[in-house]
Design a protein around this ligand. Structure first.
Ligand SMILES: [Zn+2]
Length: 479
């Protein structure tokens, strides 16, 4: 959805059925929506299609049902029911073009599961088994450990030939989330082809041991190095935590947005923002504590109300080195989707009344990307975040880049600076992550999945891990 993305052709979807895999070419619309040719879909799903000379539209015969589409309309008639699409039906010459979510209409009428996974550009049809696969790499005393999480769990067989480890699953294909930040000396490449996962080991690895399987959902491979201690880069994980270096991370405060009476945004199926933010926060806490022994404080660890200023206050009182506020978005426009990273914009904050010392509290409305307004409270006496704004902005940029690299779908503007009330009082680098839109069906599905939640947490862990060695130098500051 980036402006520059329109210049390059979007990669096609793979349509995976139990009878094989087909390629579905897409064109990208102005709003970032993926469109597909209707006649291609008709061919894939054996649907008769004819133009209706009387209405100028096109009619599909899906079993006993009819689906009528009209050029320029985002509403289609399907079996007598009106269904909204994320974008209008268009024509390109003689070809009819529909947004990819038109497949949901077919899912309903064909009585056949059609699962669109936009993040990994897959369409899973019928009984095809396409588990989501996420890899996590961590250092251990004897080398490294690769944990492969499979959801839903599937039977697998691990074989090794030289530096190539193959994990073959009982599945039709794999939905692989790319790895974030893995040292090439341990893992050279990871790729999926059909039901097989190929892991090419780096030069440091001399042996691989598969840990006893606990369940079908996890495969743990211990990667052993010849003399791992000598070959591993100096890593703060093994250094004494008491050594105080500039930039060292000791305490991280994670703020699961909303809670209690304030549910935040909500999906069509009733999933609430406060539930998603708490799930990701608890997961992130566990990962940071177990991997790095960090002190991690949640602003709430249950479904309770926490006042907005109390959240930053908790971080200040605990001398936190980092404040991360987790949220999920909502929009009256169902097509709005994707994550966005936000940090405080000191200039905007000042112009909204934030630096007028002695001024009275007043609410200011600020435009929100994608339309709508967000009311923020301008709090004149809270100026703590302003000196931290450059670091926070640096952190936001890093996070936006990594989330993108991880293949997670971004908003049109992946990183945004705004006068954010929850961050203004924080006396440490602070960011807010809107992980996706609960009001978008595709995002809601991702936000509910433990794989997506884990992928977001994994990206945050990789950044915090890096910051434990100190903040990277900025290129002289371009803002
Ligand atoms: Zn929120």
């Amino acid at each position: 959805m980036l402006a520059s993305a329109s210049a390059q052709a979007p990669s096609p979807y793979r349509v995976i059925g139990s009878d094989g895999t087909r390629t579905l070419p897409v064109v990208r619309g102005s709003g970032g929506t993926d469109f597909v040719a209707l006649d291609t879909l008709a061919r894939f799903f054996n649907i008769a299609m004819r133009e209706d000379a009387r209405t100028g539209g096109v009619v599909l015969a899906v079993g006993a049902q009819r689906v009528a589409l009209t050029e320029g309309q985002a509403t289609v008639s399907a079996g007598g029911r009106l269904v909204s699409l994320s974008a209008p039906v268009t024509k390109d010459g003689a070809a009819w073009i529909v947004p990819i979510d038109f497949l949901r209409v077919l899912d309903h009428l064909l009585d056949r599961r059609i699962d669109i996974r936009r993040g990994s550009r897959l369409v899973v049809v019928g009984t095809a088994v396409v588990p989501r696969v996420v890899l996590q790499f961590e250092r251990t005393a004897s080398g490294g450990r690769l944990v492969i999480t499979v959801e839903p769990g599937a039977t697998s067989r691990v074989t090794r030939d030289g530096n190539l480890v193959t994990v073959r699953f009982q599945a039709d294909a794999l939905d692989l989330t790319p790895l974030v930040q893995v040292p090439a000396e341990w893992l050279a490449t990871v790729r999926a082809d059909g039901p097989a996962l190929y892991v090419e080991l780096g030069s440091t690895v001399t042996n691989v041991r598969q840990a006893d399987a606990q369940d079908l959902g996890h495969i743990t491979l211990d990667l052993l190095g010849a003399s791992p201690v000598a070959q591993v880069r100096p890593d703060p994980v093994v250094s004494a935590p008491s050594i105080d270096r500039p930039g060292t991370m000791r305490t991280v405060v994670i703020d699961p947005g909303h809670g209690g009476a304030d549910a935040g945004s909500r999906s069509a199926s009733g999933l609430e923002e406060k539930q998603v933010t708490l799930a990701v926060a608890q997961r992130l806490k566990g990962m940071l504590e177990s991997r790095f022994g960090l002190r991690v404080i949640l602003t709430r660890d249950s479904d309770t109300d926490v006042a907005i200023d109390r959240r930053a206050e908790l971080a200040n009182n605990n001398k936190a080195d980092l404040f991360i506020s987790l949220h999920a978005n909502g929009s009256p426009i169902p097509a709005m989707r994707g994550w966005q990273v936000q940090s405080l914009d000191p200039a905007e904050y000042a112009s909204s009344g934030g630096t007028q010392l002695g001024g009275t509290d007043s609410d200011a409305s600020v435009p929100v990307v994608g339309g709508g307004m967000r009311v923020i409270g301008a709090v004149p006496w809270l100026l703590a975040q302003i000196p931290q704004a450059d670091r926070s902005s640096q952190l936001g940029g890093m996070l936006a880049a990594r989330l993108g690299d991880a293949g997670l779908p971004p908003q049109a503007v992946p990183f945004y600076q705004a006068p954010l009330r929850v961050l203004v009082g924080a006396n440490m680098p602070a960011i807010l992550v809107e992980m996706g839109f609960l009001t978008n069906p595709l995002d809601a599905e991702l936000l509910a999945s433990s794989v997506f939640q884990g992928a977001v947490a994994e990206v945050l862990v990789s950044i915090i891990s890096e910051l434990r060695g100190g903040w990277p130098a900025t290129g002289g500051g371009d803002r």
